[in-house]
Design a protein around this ligand. Structure first.
Ligand code: AMP
Ligand code: ZN
Length: 114
């Protein structure tokens, strides 16, 4: 999608602060971090929301979580603990409509989330 911010990052047109990448996913630091580690893991292929996932995307979704695990290892927060979040649509606060897994850590997380 030519007008999608995260597609531009996936293609290299815009260069985020990359933490980890492979052929299918890209992980980069959030521009407005909500924790000492706040990284977004995206598929390189455009998918707008969690609602748009299909059975064909099951392996790709698994790879988002495997990348999140790598991010936690790289930032040294794996043992202390961290949170992964994917917001879907307006009431959850989704603002960028290319799915992304937030990886948050480096401080104590509260529950329930706001
Ligand atoms: P969400 O509200 O779940 O859609 O999350 C979108 C996230 O993208 C927010 O946490 C934003 O701070 C982040 N974001 C927006 N623009 C950029 C950017 N140019 N680089 C990095 N992160 C961004
Ligand atoms: Zn996109």
């Amino acid at each position: 999608m030519s007008d999608c911010l995260f597609c531009k990052m996936a293609s290299g047109e815009i260069q985020p602060d990359v933490v980890y990448e492979n052929d299918e996913v890209l992980a980069f630091r959030d521009i407005n971090p909500q924790a000492p580690t706040h990284v977004l893991v995206i598929p390189r292929r455009h998918i707008s929301t969690l609602n748009d996932l299909t059975e064909a995307d099951a392996e790709l979704v698994g790879k988002l979580f495997l990348a999140a695990k790598e991010v936690a290892r790289i930032d040294g927060i794996a043992e202390a603990g961290y949170r992964t979040v994917m917001n879907c649509n307006a009431q959850a606060g989704q603002t960028v409509f290319h799915i992304h897994l937030h990886v948050l850590g480096g401080r104590a997380m509260h529950w329930p989330p706001g």
